[in-house]
Design a binder for this molecule. Structure first.
Ligand SMILES: Cc1cc2nc3c(=O)[nH]c(=O)nc-3n(C[C@H](O)[C@H](O)[C@H](O)COP(=O)(O)OP(=O)(O)OC[C@H]3O[C@@H](n4cnc5c(N)ncnc54)[C@H](O)[C@@H]3O)c2cc1C
Length: 391
């Protein structure tokens, strides 16, 4: 741990390079650090693991508006262990009161190694920072994103945080100055992080990339309901995923879970069946283009998020889809484009050529259902309601 009295009014930021140039994430980190500097009069310096690259362009270094950069050369792209050693070396030399690292893949490996070395606190994934006197107030989402926590490190130094990148603001007149660059040596780590095993994403990868996803929720009622959802997914050429509640019950394997503690999907179309739309589920589905939700409860949160909401019992959905797909298959590919737009197909029509269709058990079932619906409608207890809205 650095002695608080000996730490200096200094923010040290870890810079990252891509193709030899400073990454947008590092430019964002520099803006955050400069904002702290404006609040508390702190000097801002950078740590630059160069690897085998030459220094980035002077223009991009000047744009960071840092007073000094500690640069480290090494053969090849530095590992996270080497980068941590370089950061530690710079901290020991400069003794900053604040160290900021990007919440990137590299930053998330390097920052804990350095924080453990100095036995100081580390706040991960900060979305906001401000100074109250000497204290760095670190804001980050907590409790699955439902609250914002403010965290301070009152005793140990340096105060360390990984920071999420913010979008680059439109071009404004910036303060630019060329930093002094000091090349430093560092001690190679005795042990580095080692990749023990790589697991290919497999099916999960398909779900992440699928343009159409069917999401199974608890409202499906059990494995048989999930099997119906799988049938629908197959008919639509979609990938099947589900909520944690479904996975917890063993109705789907864990690698099909969508959400905060599962996969993030971003299909063009998400069909959510019996899914309530919890904050945690939506954390993994926020990237979906159009959401079609089927839920029996008109107050279910997913219906407020979906562009198309069907308030109905799922049990009534399967026969409707069976009718649609049977009709599509009966009418052949030429008519599919028109028929697939129909929300409720009429009884199967005769194909334009070929023999007239015989009555099949399916047709009999369809009629029986329609009779029952007519009776229900007469009693005024029909539960289905379809809503459609646009964003
Ligand atoms: C730290 C943490 C992390 C979490 N991570 C995740 C995560 O990654 N992914 C995730 O999904 N959850 C996650 N959860 C759990 C999350 O809070 C919800 O419990 C879960 O998403 C609910 O799943 P569900 O929508 O299937 O079930 P429910 O919330 O029980 O919803 C079932 C829905 O089905 C409807 N329904 C019932 N019967 C019918 C019917 N016959 N026909 C039509 N609709 C019907 C109901 O109206 C209801 O809206 C997490 C929770 C915590 C605390």
């Amino acid at each position: 741990m650095l002695d608080e009295k000996k730490s200096r009014d200094l923010v040290l930021i870890l810079l990252e390079l891509e193709q030899g140039e400073v990454t947008p994430g590092s430019r964002s980190l520099a803006r955050t650090a400069r904002e702290l500097s404006r609040q508390g009069g702190l000097e801002v310096r950078g740590v630059l693991p160069l690897g085998a690259w030459a220094l980035p362009s002077l223009e991009s270094l000047a744009g960071l508006d840092l007073s000094k950069i500690y640069a480290f050369a090494s053969s090849g792209r530095p590992t996270s262990g080497q980068t941590a050693r370089q950061l530690i070396a710079a901290v020991e030399l400069a003794r900053p009161s604040v160290v900021l690292v990007g919440a990137t893949e590299l930053g998330r490996e390097v920052a804990p190694l350095a924080a453990a070395h100095f036995q100081t606190g580390l706040t991960a994934d900060c979305t906001g920072l401000r100074l109250e006197g000497d204290l760095l107030v670190q804001t980050r989402p907590a409790f699955s994103g439902e609250m914002l926590a403010e965290i301070v490190t009152p005793l140990a130094r340096p105060q360390m945080a990984t920071v999420r990148a913010a979008p680059e603001p439109p071009e404004t007149r910036r303060q630019e100055r060329l930093p002094r660059v000091e090349f430093l040596r560092y001690r190679e780590p005795e042990r580095d992080l080692t990749v023990l095993r790589r697991t290919p994403l497999g099916d999960a990868g398909d779900l992440v990339r699928a343009p159409v996803v069917v999401a199974a929720g608890l409202g499906l009622g059990g494995p048989a309901g999930v099997a119906s959802a799988a049938w629908l997914a197959e008919k639509l050429g979609a990938a099947l995923g589900g909520t944690r509640a479904v996975v917890d019950r063993g109705w789907l394997p864990a690698d099909k879970q969508i959400g905060l503690s599962g996969l993030s999907v971003s299909p063009r179309l998400l069909v959510a069946l019996g899914v309530s739309g919890s904050v945690q589920f939506m954390a993994g589905a926020a990237g979906a283009g159009t959401i079609v939700a089927v839920n029996s409860d008109p107050r279910a949160p997913i219906l407020a998020l979906a562009q198309f909401g069907l308030v109905m019992e799922l049990e009534n959905l399967w026969p409707e889809f069976e009718d649609i797909f049977n009709t599509l298959e009966l009418n052949g590919p030429r008519r599919q484009a028109n028929k697939s737009r129909a929300s409720r197909p009429a009884a199967p029509r005769a194909p334009e050529t070929g023999p007239a269709p015989q009555e099949t058990p399916r047709d009999a079932r369809t009629e029986a259902r329609e009779e029952k619906r007519a009776e229900d409608a007469g009693r005024g207890d029909r539960k289905e309601r379809k809503t459609g809205k646009t964003r």
